[in-house]
Ligand binder design. Structure first.
Ligand code: CP
Ligand code: NVA
Length: 308
C-alpha cells in the first residue's frame, strides 16, 4: 500500500519533534557523519518563477552531493510560464521526478501543487513564507547558542515579509521569544501573528531599539522583496528608521549574532559595518542552506515507491 507523502511548505505544518529531527540531520550532514543513504538515481524538479542564487545553487549542489540530479524549470523556457495549469504540471512532473521544489509568488500555488502532486513538494519561497531559509537560520542560531532554541530571544527589524512570517512560525513551534519591529502598515501576516502570539512570547513593536534590547539574534531583510520593486522608493522613506546599524546592535546581548537571508542592500536595511562585522554570520547562514536542504531532501525522498 502506498504511504502518505510529506511536503515541506510551511514550518507551522510540522510538529517540533519533526523539525528538530531535520535540524539534527542537518548537523550530521554538516559534520560529514553517516546520515542514512544516498539519492542516487533520484531526481528533483526545481520550479523558479522568481530569481534565486542561494536556493537554486544549494539545492542543485545538494542533490548532486547526495548522488541525485536536479532539473531547473523557469517561466521563460517551460509551459508553466505560458499558463499551463498547476494541476497538469503536478500530474506530469510526478511521473518524472521524485520531488518538486517551487519558488513563486502565491502561497496558494504551492499548496495546490502539493495537493495535486503525488511526490513531495518543497516551498523555496513565496510572498508569504520562506521556510527553508528560516530552518537554516535556526540551525545557525543553535550552532552559536546551543540546541535549546526556546531560550532564545530573536529580534526581527524591518518588513513583515515572508521571512518575518516564517520566523513567527518558528517561534510557534520552538517557543522562543520573538520581537518584531515593523513600520505601521508593514507588519506580518495577521493570522500567522495571532497564532504565534497565542503560543509563545511574541511582540510587535514600533521601535527597533525596544525589539533589539538583549536579543541573541538580530535579523532583517530587504525593504522591498521580489515583486515589490516598484515600491522601492516609497519603502526607502517608510523604513528609514529601521536600519540595523552598530548602535542598534550594541543594545543586543553581548554575544548576539546578526543574520540576513541575503541578498542584502548595504546602507539600507543594514550598514556595511554590521553585515561585514564580527557579529555577522551571513556566510555560515548561507552555507547552512546547503546542509539543511540536503537533510530535507534525504528525509522527503523516501526509498523508491510511487505515492498515491
Ligand atoms: N536567501 C535566499 O533565498 O536567497 P536566493 O534568493 O538567492 O535564493
Ligand atoms: N524577502 C525577500 C527574501 C529573498 C530571499 C524576497 O522575498 O525577495
Amino acid at each position: 500500500m502506498a504511504s502518505a507523502k510529506r511536503d515541506f511548505i510551511d514550518i507551522a505544518a510540522h510538529d517540533a519533534g519533526y523539525l528538530r529531527h531535520l535540524l539534527e540531520l542537518t548537523g550530521h550532514l554538516k559534520r560529514g557523519e553517516p546520515a542514512g543513504g544516498s539519492l542516487q538515481g533520484r531526481t528533483l524538479a526545481m520550479i523558479f518563477r522568481k530569481s534565486s542564487t542561494r536556493t537554486r545553487v544549494s539545492t542543485e549542489a545538494g542533490m548532486a552531493q547526495l548522488g541525485g540530479h536536479a532539473i531547473m524549470i523557469s517561466d521563460h523556457d517551460s509551459q508553466i510560464g505560458r499558463g499551463e495549469s498547476v494541476a497538469d504540471t503536478a500530474g506530469v512532473l510526478s511521473r518524472y521526478v521524485d520531488a518538486i521544489l517551487i519558488r513563486t509568488f502565491a502561497q496558494d500555488e504551492v499548496t495546490e501543487l502539493a495537493r495535486e502532486a503525488t511526490v513531495p513538494v518543497i516551498n523555496g519561497l513565496t510572498d508569504l513564507l520562506h521556510p527553508c531559509q528560516v530552518m537554516a537560520d535556526l540551525f545557525t542560531a543553535a550552532e552559536e547558542f546551543g540546541d535549546d532554541l526556546s531560550a532564545l530571544t530573536v529580534a526581527w527589524v524591518g518588513d513583515g515579509n515572508n521571512m518575518a512570517n516564517s520566523w513567527l512560525n518558528a517561534a510557534l513551534r520552538f517557543g522562543f521569544t520573538l520581537r518584531l519591529a515593523c513600520p505601521v502598515g508593514y507588519g506580518p501576516d495577521p493570522a500567522i501573528l495571532a497564532r504565534a502570539r497565542a503560543a509563545t512570547d511574541v511582540e510587535v513593536l514600533g521601535s527597533p531599539h525596544e525589539a533589539v534590547v538583549g536579543a541573541h539574534v538580530v535579523t532583517t531583510d530587504v525593504w522591498a522583496s521580489m515583486g515589490q520593486e516598484d515600491e522601492q522608493s516609497i519603502r526607502e522613506t517608510v523604513f528609514a528608521g529601521f536600519q540595523v546599524d552598530a548602535p542598534l546592535m550594541a543594545l543586543a546581548d553581548p554575544a548576539a549574532i546578526f543574520l540576513h537571508c541575503l541578498p542584502a542592500h548595504r546602507g539600507e536595511e543594514v550598514t556595511a559595518e554590521v553585515i561585514d562585522g564580527p557579529r555577522s554570520r551571513i556566510f555560515r547562514e548561507a552555507e547552512n542552506r546547503l546542509h539543511f536542504i540536503k537533510a530535507l531532501l534525504l528525509d522527503l525522498i523516501r526509498p523508491r515507491e510511487r505515492f498515491g
